[in-house]
Design a protein around this ligand. Structure first.
Ligand code: GH3
Length: 313
């Protein structure tokens, strides 16, 4: 029973699917206290196929970026309630991947320098041409998409990266705070993986990592996410799942994986593998990511220490 390994399989993962299936060109938030300008920009970007959010209240911005998927914010620099610089740093501290373009009537070059130093992604002065704003947003989106796919995906297995986990954890933690939905994670580590490498070579080792990841993705729900944290260590983020339920899922996966014979045409060997796992659950919404991971890591260590091929909570 040889499973053909499709290099494009990772494109099926939830996050990319969300991206490629999206009919919108991008998601844009426009913040300006000038209601007329807001209406003009809204219409420009809707025509271009963007999903547009508008707000005249800088105080609302954080709530919007937490609840909606936003790619680019067009931000007025001088607003009565709050200075654009403040809003900019709030946005970047919560969602650093969101691009922010200042849109301002302020032509003072000191402010432009300050904005560039602060790391703003664009600075457009009013009055502006329609084409100018569109071109700025389009080019940022292009760059951001290329960067995201590479830093958020592990190239060997197609699993998400540790870097992406940080972001997702914060998003899920917010849900946990709001709705009190359970959140659990599992660390999985292939047993004696080094021996597989040593016995059959690195090419076969790589194949095992890919096939392992493929099987894990196949047997978790679409709403759960697979991450590769390093070498042969994987993490599953179980959204809206208690640790007892995660445990049952892992034991079901265990049956599939341990009952499977891994084989590659190039290497005339049939290999079975087992894995050890450790599960932890967010005890309270204030618990930080390190603590949650540390608990799962300790549980994994216990599984390894007490015979491997098992899951510990
Ligand atoms: P244990 O059951 O105690 O976990 O034993 P182990 O052999 O799995 O121990 P360990 O986790 O320390 O070994 C991981 C090995 O994975 C060591 C490293 O050479 C190998 N490795 C790390 N990254 C890759 C990779 O991308 N491809 C391959 N083929 N091997 C890798």
């Amino acid at each position: 029973e040889i499973e053909p390994l499709n290099n494009n399989d990772w494109e099926q993962s939830t996050w990319v699917q969300e991206y490629t299936n999206m009919t919108y060109t991008g998601n844009i938030l426009i913040v300006d206290d000038d209601l007329l300008l807001l209406a003009i920009l809204e219409s420009i970007f809707r025509k271009e196929g963007y999903r547009v959010f508008v707000s005249s209240k800088p105080a609302e911005v954080i709530e919007i970026i937490e609840e909606q998927k936003i790619d680019v914010v067009l931000l007025d620099l001088i607003m009565p309630e709050k200075n654009g610089f403040e809003v900019f740093s709030e946005i970047k501290s919560i969602k650093p991947e969101i691009c922010v373009i200042f849109l301002t009537a302020n032509t003072k070059f000191e402010d432009k320098v300050k904005a560039i130093k602060a790391g703003v992604d664009g600075y457009i002065t009013k009055p502006f041409q329609e084409e100018e704003v569109i071109a700025n947003v389009e080019s940022l989106l292009k760059k951001a998409n290329i960067q995201r796919t590479s830093i958020f995906h592990d190239s060997l297995t197609g699993a998400f990266t540790r870097k992406y986990f940080k972001q997702r954890f914060n998003e899920e933690r917010l849900k946990n705070m709001k709705d009190n939905t359970p959140l659990s994670v599992a660390f999985l580590d292939i047993d004696y993986f080094k021996k597989i490498n040593d016995t059959y070579g690195h090419v076969f080792g790589d194949y095992i990592l890919q096939a392992f990841a493929q099987k894990l993705r196949k047997y978790i729900r679409d709403s759960d996410e697979l991450y590769r944290f390093g070498g042969d260590e994987f993490l599953i983020l179980f959204t809206n799942t208690t640790q007892q339920d995660s445990y049952s899922v892992l034991e079901r996966i265990r049956t599939h994986i341990e009952g499977h014979v891994f084989s590659l045409d190039e290497i005339n060997e049939k290999v079975s593998i087992s894995f050890s796992a450790g599960i932890s659950m967010l005890d309270n919404p204030n618990e930080d990511m390190e603590k949650l991971l540390d608990k799962a890591d300790k549980a994994l260590y216990l599984s390894k220490e007490t015979g491997r091929g098992k899951t510990t909570i």
